[in-house]
Design a protein around this ligand. Structure first.
Ligand code: XUL
Ligand code: CO
Length: 452
């Protein structure tokens, strides 16, 4: 045991101990246990590799996990031991990984692949014992200097080929570990200046690489989902997969819409100038809602801070969108999140997960209450009632064109739209969030009888 001081984390309701306050994995919510609504995942890179270094200083957390760092395999196994101990103690049922997270890259591709085979044998054994599953795998095609100008969008065909070889292995490992998803995050798939960039050709190549991956993965029996994870910038100044809408345009242009869904990350949404909820809605509306990287950014900072989520409002809106989209199938909530540099102990990691999981568990509970309360959904529905009959129905069915609409409008001055009542709706959400039981009535409802 690597963390004897950390107990199995129980659900205890509002309690000060190291416990969940809202996440009760087996509690039934709308006919499904909470753990199936949430499908929480640990991100191998942040939890087991990242040591808190930044541009101004080295790591503050030690992720040796008692192993000799010179012994690459022993260290990789210690990371796996730490990961499984944490997941089991925290009731985290899934993990996500990049190839490079599992074990340090070797000097040659062949040697790296051999290392990956050995460490995934070890991880597979731990999965069988624990019941922990793989949510998704991916390939790190952005850290090494060979990828400085991108992987699929590199101006060098040799680098494209090398990235393809690495992706092939990452897909094989994902299949080996039974992953239900494979993610493409465009690490450096973007550009710094158009003075040296053929934007169209780079995007065509990116599509070629994704098509090759889909074809190969299906040929070796991968049945899960592919996801692109949009992000507007960082590390590139301009990343091609800016946001969900831009990425859908890319997928449509290259005939990939039926093959690839979205992995929406909260912090990437806000970097793109959207709310997290907007990106989730855009994915669902386009039929590509897939999975979520659950974290949060800092609106005062312009970069990807990858914090453990604590914003219940945002998590509630997220879980509303997840419930409306019918819940997760192959996707889940991956904590692409790290503790702050000053939170450098194992206990801090546990607090990060507890707060993150409780935030989403509370968000789920509140989203259910908002749906059951019904006022938000019925208000939004009624707002479009004029399209249900008369001229509105003719617009929707295509019966009316410009000439018919002109004839209609020449007969009458339109009424201005009904009030959008944003402030009232925000008040209803606050009542559900902070009072538990919604108490608001419309101002003109009959007041309740005063108790004697
Ligand atoms: C980077 C990021 C990645 C992806 C996986 O911003 O989010 O960790 O989630 O490559
Ligand atoms: Co991410």
């Amino acid at each position: 045991m690597l963390f004897p001081e950390i107990p199995v984390i129980p659900y205890r309701g509002l309690d000060d101990s190291l416990s969940f306050r809202w996440y009760n994995p087996d509690e039934d919510i709308m006919g499904k246990p909470m753990r199936e609504h949430c499908k929480f995942a640990l991100a191998w890179w942040h939890t087991l590799c990242g040591e808190g270094s930044d541009m101004f200083g080295g790591g503050t957390a030690d992720k040796s996990f008692g192993a000799d760092r010179q012994d690459v395999m022993a260290h990789a196994k210690a990371k796996a031991d730490a990961g499984f101990e944490l997941m089991e103690k925290l009731s985290v049922d899934y993990f996500c990984f990049h190839d490079a997270d599992l074990i340090e890259e070797a000097p040659t591709l062949a040697e790296s692949n051999k290392r990956l085979d050995e460490i995934t044998d070890y991880i597979k054994g731990k999965m069988a014992k624990s019941g922990v599953k793989c949510l998704w795998g991916t390939c790190n095609a952005f850290t090494h200097k060979r990828f400085m100008a991108g992987a699929g969008t590199s101006p060098s065909a040799d680098i494209f080929a090398y990235a393809a070889a690495k992706i092939k292995k990452a897909v094989e490992l994902t299949v080996k570990l039974g992953g239900s998803g494979y993610v493409f995050w465009g690490g450096r798939e973007g550009y710094e200046t158009l003075l040296n960039t053929d934007m169209k050709f780079e995007q065509e190549n990116l599509a070629r690489l994704i098509k090759m991956t889909v074809k190969y993965a299906r040929s070796i029996g991968f049945k899960g989902d592919f996801y692109i994870e949009p992000k507007p910038k960082e590390p590139s100044k301009h990343q091609y997969d800016v946001d969900v809408a831009t990425t859908c345009n890319f997928l449509r242009a290259y005939g990939l819409m039926d093959e690839v869904k979205m992995n929406v990350e909260a912090n990437h949404a806000t970097l793109a100038g959207h709310t997290f909820q907007h990106e989730l809605r855009a994915a669902a509306d386009n039929g590509v809602f897939g999975s979520i990287d659950a974290n949060q950014g800092d609106l005062l900072l312009g970069w990807d801070t990858d914090q453990f989520p604590s914003d219940v409002y945002s998590a509630t809106m997220c879980m509303l969108e997840v419930l409306r989209a019918g819940g997760f199938t192959n996707g889940g909530l991956n904590f692409d999140a790290k503790t702050r540099r000053m939170s450098h102990t194992a206990e801090d990691i546990v607090h990060g997960f507890i707060t993150g999981m409780d935030t989403y568990a509370l968000g789920l509970r509140k989203a259910v209450q908002i749906i059951e309360d019904g006022r938000i959904d019925s208000f939004a529905g009624e707002r479009y009632a004029s399209y249900k009959s008369g001229i509105g129905a003719d617009i929707v069915s295509g019966k009316a064109g410009l000439a018919e609409l002109e004839a209609y409008s020449l007969q009458r001055e339109p009424r201005i739209p009904e009030s959008g009542r944003q402030e009232m709706l925000e008040g209803i959400v606050n009542c559900v969030l902070f009072e538990g039981k919604p108490r608001m009535r419309r101002w003109n409802d009959v007041p309740p009888p005063v108790e004697p």
